[in-house]
Write a protein that binds this ligand. Structure first.
Ligand code: ATP
Length: 944
């Protein structure tokens, strides 16, 4: 494919003085480039002498004598770096674009000469041949100048800039004359969205009507702007608020205490749905003079990740800070002992122990850390725990916390039994009756999840007693197992009111995103991915700027498949310079003006400071929390993944979530897909589609926007070979043929580029090329940058290969053009071999199940270890570079295959061989890539 040069078509007089120069074939590429330059120079001199005229604006009449078209292909070495783009001046997407220029086909060149040729690059495809004089159609004018020169006022050429030495061998080629994948007319570019499905209810439901305390209602309305319940809140509150745990209630001894399972869409208010009953139940205790923090922990909320635990803890704090101004007749004063505490392994154990000794009535924790304290902290008073909430239950199961949770439940029950015995003894002696009346009724376990799948059902079977399932849906769910519903008189009224059922999830129930979410996808040729991402982000950010200076900053989350990829894209976009400035130097000095996570408050809130210039250590680099980019004016860039130190993770998240007026973009792995509630997130971009978790993960990710009834956009980058994934994911979300349901609307990649880079006609192509060149220059300018790009590339391939077997038909690594993929990592060609990036110090970590789970949790940003613990796991082991679970599993699959081959073992076919089950030889397993270690061969450029 001869797509790596500037294309200029010239019309010349039939008796012109120009000889047709055949492009040089064969030989070294430098010779060919030289030859092309000579041709170009010849044209230029002729042009300036008036011997020929460029047809950049005038169409050539079809009746004109047959012109001689001479293709000129030269490596595009940019004349100068374009200046930072102004906010894009989008060309209206709806208007049909001007006709595409017609190109002349140069003779095919040998593949080896191709600057971006990857090992599996297909044979060059001749360009569309224009139909010169014989054509019946008038020939289009060729307006392809932008590749050479962008308008000066926009790109800021300067003489000095033009004279700068250019990085050697930077060659970029993004566009050919082949049309870009366009959105079919039938698909509306913006899929219609429905009425908000997770918004506060607009009907007559009120918190008061559901039985909520007036003080809480007032506080929520005044301080949290929450005044109407959402569907899930309306569903569960009557039942949960009238539970036998209410200390003020006179409960019949025989009234059973039933556990609760909450299921509702993302962003539908599940957190308040379980927190309000907890706070309201404990509130009356604040009037009992003999109760203070020394009572210990009364409610525990478990969350799978530290970020989520911190977020829940903040909501508890908000609720507990309510004003105690009383309106009722009961004038017993409230004491403010109801406080929350956070255990995530972020602070030292000693510090956490001290806080537990003091007493933490409402405790939010990650599971590993809680079990650790249950086992090792004698002063941890938790025998009277009345609530245990397992938030994001499906994620807790995904991360392998089942055993830990069972350990926690056993420990809590053991302590409760002991405490009851002690209290009973005291009671017999006449001193304890008042003290154990309320908590002795039992503990309500609450399991909370947006999806109820087999894993959640398993956990609910193990952790919940006689559970009641509350869902936000209005209609009753059929009893799939045909079991008779239990007719418990005490709860039946509340259940009817709440439309609650006690059956597991029906198979046909789909996990759907909020209906007001607008979901779109872009079919993007692999080599255009990076520039298309930039274009999309630019238009999202520009849309925010249009809202005016008073509007609070728009936030965009970009999901990537690996930590390496997050680091690479964050540093690339933050490091590349588009104007006169040189790219960021190799980082031996700290970037001035970059924000650091050095000083973080106890709750993880960063105490912001600008870093002075100082020698940059590795830790200083991982401490950076935000960068800026000339590609996105006034926008801060953040990153989040499980391999960052905890303080950096929390600081990055807080900085991203802060209500600053500036837009911000977060590059994240799936660690950000669950539970995070960032109200200003306007768009979610899935640059890499989920490799694990399938359609559910897709829905969780898009659920970071369009929360609590607000609008939002979800964008998915889909490769040309992955388009069948779209109907598949739609089907998983309930779209049935001809019946509507959840649909994704396609937007043409050209529209995205045009909108993001602006300009007239095909100018966007030139601008995109300039951006790509700047990226490639950034990669070439430093070893560290190049290493980052290579690692990100390899991690992408590893992650891509771990798509579950069910999805392999949409995501097979064989279908990806590695040379083009390299381009999307600003590399000129695919890195040599996977072994380069998997090279690591001597193996120190075994691949035992325990360590696998541990790594999975660490990759997910969960707990169980303090920061030192993380280091220990991530730096040891041959899988050291495989820093997320997907990468690690891929690595293991590849290594397994490698072992088989080295020991002469015969690899089975894709679905296993005849003698052994597929799983036995790695074939046909979820992580099977190719037989006979083909992945390595392919990456090394040896694919047949
Ligand atoms: N009744 C309400 N009225 C208005 N806003 C609400 C209400 N209840 C909750 N919210 C807000 O809705 C947002 C989403 O709530 P929450 O984080 O609890 O959602 P969720 O159901 O847990 O979502 P996910 O499944 O993604 O974790 C929060 O910002 C919360 O403050």
């Amino acid at each position: 494919m001869a797509d790596d040069g500037i294309e200029l078509n010239f019309a010349v007089p039939s008796a012109g003085a120009i000889r047709q120069v055949a492009p040089k074939k064969g030989g070294r590429w430098t010779d060919r480039v030289k030859a092309k330059r000579e041709v170009r120079d010849t044209f230029r001199s002729l042009k300036s002498a008036g011997n020929t005229s460029a047809t950049t604006s005038a169409p050539v009449p079809s009746a004109a004598p047959a012109p001689v078209f001479t293709p000129v292909s030269a490596p595009v070495v940019p004349k100068a770096r374009p200046a930072p783009f102004a906010a894009p001046a989008p060309a209206p997407v709806s208007r049909p674009p001007p006709p595409r220029p017609t190109y002349v086909a140069p003779p095919p060149r040998p593949t080896s000469s191709n600057a971006i040729a990857g090992p599996s690059r297909p044979a060059p495809t001749p360009r569309n041949v224009s139909t010169p004089a014989t054509s019946s159609k008038p020939r289009q004018s060729v307006d392809h100048a932008p590749r050479q020169s962008l308008p000066r006022q926009e790109v800021g050429f300067s003489a000095a800039e033009a004279a700068k030495p250019k990085a050697p061998g930077i060659i970029s080629s993004l566009f050919t004359s082949d049309p870009l994948p366009a959105a079919p007319k039938a698909t509306a570019p913006t899929a219609p969205v429905g009425a908000p499905s997770n918004a506060p209810l607009g009907d007559t439901s009120t918190f008061e009507g559901l039985g909520l305390d007036k003080m809480l209602i007032r506080h929520m309305a005044n301080k949290m702007h929450v005044d109407k319940p959402t569907a899930i809140q309306r569903s569960c509150l009557p039942f949960m608020l009238s539970s036998p745990l209410d200390p003020d209630a006179t409960i019949d001894e025989g009234t059973p205490l039933r556990d609760v399972l909450l299921q509702a869409q993302t962003g539908s208010g599940k957190t308040l749905a379980y927190l309000l009953p907890i706070v309201q139940t404990l509130l009356p205790l604040s009037r009992l003079s003999y109760i203070d923090r020394s009572i210990g922990t009364l409610a525990i909320i478990l969350a799978p990740t530290r970020e989520l635990a911190q977020q829940i803890s903040k909501v508890v704090e908000q609720l507990c800070s309510m004003s105690f101004a009383q309106e009722d007749e009961d004038d017993r004063p409230f004491t403010r002992w109801l406080v929350s505490g956070l255990l995530t392994g972020g602070s030292t154990r000693t510090h956490e122990k001290a806080r537990l000794r003091k007493g933490v009535p409402i405790l939010v924790s990650t599971p590993g850390r809680l079990l650790d304290h249950l086992q090792n902290t004698a002063s941890f008073q938790c025998a009277k725990t009345m609530f245990l909430v397992l938030d994001e239950a499906d994620r807790l199961m995904d991360l392998g916390f089942e055993e830990t949770i069972q350990g926690i439940i056993r420990a809590l029950e053991g302590r409760r039994r002991n405490e009851i015995n002690v209290e009973k003894e005291m009671d017999e002696e006449g001193g304890g009756a008042m003290r154990w009346g309320f908590w002795g009724r039992g503990r309500m376990n609450v399991l909370c999840s947006a999806t109820v799948d087999a894993k959640v059902e398993k956990l609910s079977g193990a952790a919940l007693k006689d559970p009641v399932l509350f869902r936000a849906e209005k209609e009753q769910v059929p009893d799939v197992k045909g079991k008779e519903k239990k007719k418990d008189e005490a709860v039946v009224a509340a259940m009817e009111e709440a439309q609650a059922v006690v059956i597991p999830q029906a198979a046909e129930d789909k996990f759907t995103p909020p209906s007001q979410l607008s979901q779109k996808y872009i079919v993007t040729p692999t080599k255009l991915r990076l520039v298309a991402l930039v274009a999309l982000l630019r238009s999202l950010v520009a849309a925010a700027a249009k809202q005016g200076p008073t509007a609070r900053g728009t936030k965009v989350i970009v999901f990537l498949s690996s930590t390496d990829s997050v680091d690479f894209h964050w540093k690339l976009l933050g490091g590349v310079k588009m104007g006169d400035e040189p790219n960021e130097p190799e980082p031996d000095e700290e970037e001035e003006g970059a924000e650091s996570a050095d000083e973080i408050g106890e709750d993880g809130v960063p105490i912001k400071k600008k870093m002075a210039k100082k020698p940059k250590s590795k830790s200083a680099e991982t401490d950076l929390i935000s960068l800026t980019s000339s590609l996105f004016p006034k926008t801060t860039l953040h990153r989040l993944h499980g391999s960052l130190p905890l303080r950096t993770r929390l600081a990055s998240l807080n900085a991203f979530a802060s209500a600053s007026a500036q837009p911000s973009i977060l590059f994240a792995t799936s660690v950000a897909s669950r539970g995070l509630d960032l109200p200003l997130v306007r768009a979610v971009v899935q640059y890499d589609l989920p490799t694990e978790g399938g359609a559910n993960e897709y829905v969780h990710r898009v659920g970071r926007t369009a929360r609590a009834g607000k609008g939002g956009e979800a964008w998915a980058f889909v490769g040309p070979s992955e388009t069948e994934w779209v109907p598949w994911v739609e089907g998983k979300m309930g779209a049935a043929e001809g019946k509507g349901g959840v649909r994704l609307g396609q937007v043409g990649v050209e529209d995205v580029l045009r909108k993001g880079f602006g300009g007239k006609g095909y100018e966007f192509e030139g601008r995109a090329t300039d951006v790509q060149l700047s990226f490639e220059r950034w990669v070439l300018e430093g070893d560290q940058n190049a290493a980052l790009a290579r690692k990100a590339f390899s991690s992408f391939i590893r992650a891509y290969s771990t798509h579950p077997i069910e999805e392999k038909k949409y995501f097979h690594i064989k279908t990806i053009h590695l040379g083009h993929l390299a381009k999307s990592f600003a590399l000129r060609e695919a890195p040599g071999a996977l072994s380069v990036v998997t090279k690591a110090p001597k193996e120190r970590v075994t691949s035992s199940a325990t360590n696998n789970k541990k790594r999975k949790r660490i990759a997910a940003g969960s707990d169980g270890e303090d920061d030192e613990g993380e280091e220990e796991v991530t730096k040891g082991g041959k899988e050291a570079t495989a820093r997320n679970e997907t990468e690690r599993r891929m690595y293991e699959a590849v290594r397994k295959q490698g072992r088989m081959v080295r020991s002469g073992g015969k690899m089975g076919a894709f679905a296993g061989n005849n003698n052994k089950p597929a799983a036995a030889n790695g074939a046909g397993s979820e992580f099977h890539v190719f037989n006979t270690g083909e992945l390595e061969k392919m990456v090394a450029g040896k694919r047949k």
